[in-house]
Design a protein around this ligand. Structure first.
Ligand code: SF4
Length: 374
């Protein structure tokens, strides 16, 4: 099942309205983090290292609705932490569906089967299940044996009940392109609507600092993975963003395109960095020194970044900024196979054995918090 036409039309007409209004800095997706605690402790994650009193905090549904209304973006991504650990996640989703927002509820799916009765299938709600590759690769990335099987089981259940389901995959240095391609086959065979991809960001707080990708390595890896593409693969991403990952296009970062709201307020400048907070979306837009961010700025924190939350909005903006951008998107969607002999050869290169990421027990505080809030 492809992305519903109504969603494509909502997003396209929203972007065209922003363009006609001459608005240069407009949000496309609100990254709404209603909590930071999680029932996993992935080695590449920089979101869960807060002290217990912060991990205990939740945004209330009213705070979420205020942020969504203030921002006005047509899509809302709910990452975290693990959103299914939020005691009122069902109310938050219900309120956003009532506002006709297209929601991507990002979950590791460990609690999905248990909590699925809280939700009703809707064209506005998609479970975006975090899966970082085939069984062995995923379990290593999330530092939890059996995590892949639980997530796949939950995906099947959600699909059986008529929910929209996508996958959400973060790739780190050492990812095996052949295995990633086999993973795409597995996911499409499961029946998910589409797949989202991003290179990992080098969070300085993440426990594993050895497996983050530089830009050149990112492009090489995605060239190997995404060239000679199978027709069956569906991606829930702008085709121009995929070309950006493959090194076929360059874009400046658009950090305001996916603004982040969490228990601290509106995060400056983006989902990944924390250079202060604003009390309102207007204040975020007006007071952030945007020129200090993005690869071209020379900011070392941005030097290797190619992540989805910084650059997909750039790709979408490019689609609607010129006839060339629009035609390139149509061509990439309908006609391009990305045939590339060198990329085929790269798939046969010997791979280093899967290098175990740091193994971490889920933090006791997170487990405890989950129990006390169940
Ligand atoms: S380049 Fe990456 S880290 Fe820097 S502002 Fe953009 S999204 Fe944030």
């Amino acid at each position: 099942m492809p992305v519903p036409v109504s969603q494509m039309w909502t997003v396209a007409s929203y972007v065209i309205r922003q363009k006609l209004a001459g608005r240069k800095q407009y949000p496309l997706v609100l990254m709404l983090e209603p909590l930071f605690r999680c029932n996993l402790a992935c080695a590449g994650c920089g979101k869960i290292q807060y002290p217990a009193h912060i991990l205990k905090k939740d945004l209330s549904p009213e705070e979420c609705f205020r942020a969504v209304d203030e921002c006005g973006a047509p899509m809302v991504s709910i990452p975290g932490g693990e959103p299914l650990m939020h005691p009122e996640i069902d109310k938050i989703v219900e309120g956003l569906v009532a506002r006709k927002k297209y929601i991507y509820l990002c979950t590791n799916a460990l609690l999905l089967k248990e909590k699925i009765d809280l939700f009703k299938p809707s064209k506005y709600l998609t479970f975006s299940v975090h899966l970082d590759g085939q069984r062995e690769e995923h379990d290593l990335a999330v530092c939890r044996e059996g995590g892949y099987d639980i997530a796949v089981d939950a995906v099947k259940e959600a699909l059986k009940r008529g929910f929209r389901v996508t996958t959400n995959t973060t790739l780190f240095d050492g990812a095996n392109p052949k295995s990633v391609r086999a993973f795409f086959d597995e996911m499409m065979d499961l029946g998910v609507e589409g797949m989202m991809l991003s290179p990992g960001y080098s969070y300085d707080k993440a426990p594993d600092q050895k497996h983050f990708l530089g830009r050149a390595r990112t492009r090489r890896m995605f060239r190997a993975i995404l060239s000679n593409r199978k027709k069956t693969w569906q991606f829930n991403l702008s085709p121009l963003f995929l070309e950006f990952l493959m090194g076929k296009r360059t874009y400046p970062c658009t950090p305001w395109g996916m603004p982040t709201y969490n228990v601290f307020g509106w995060q400056k400048p983006c989902y990944l960095l924390q250079d202060g907070y604003a009390e309102s979306f207007k204040e975020l837009i007006e007071t952030t020194e945007w020129q200090n961010y993005g690869t071209e700025s020379g900011n070392p924190a941005c030097a290797n970044c190619m992540v989805h939350s910084g650059y997909e909005a750039s790709a979408v903006n490019a689609t609607f900024s010129s006839l060339e951008g629009f035609l390139a998107t149509v061509k990439a969607t309908l006609f391009t196979k990305y045939e590339d002999k060198e990329a085929l050869r790269m798939l046969e290169e010997p791979q280093a054995p899967v290098n175990p990421l740091i193994q971490i027990e889920p933090s006791q505080s997170a487990t405890h918090l989950q129990e006390t809030r169940a």
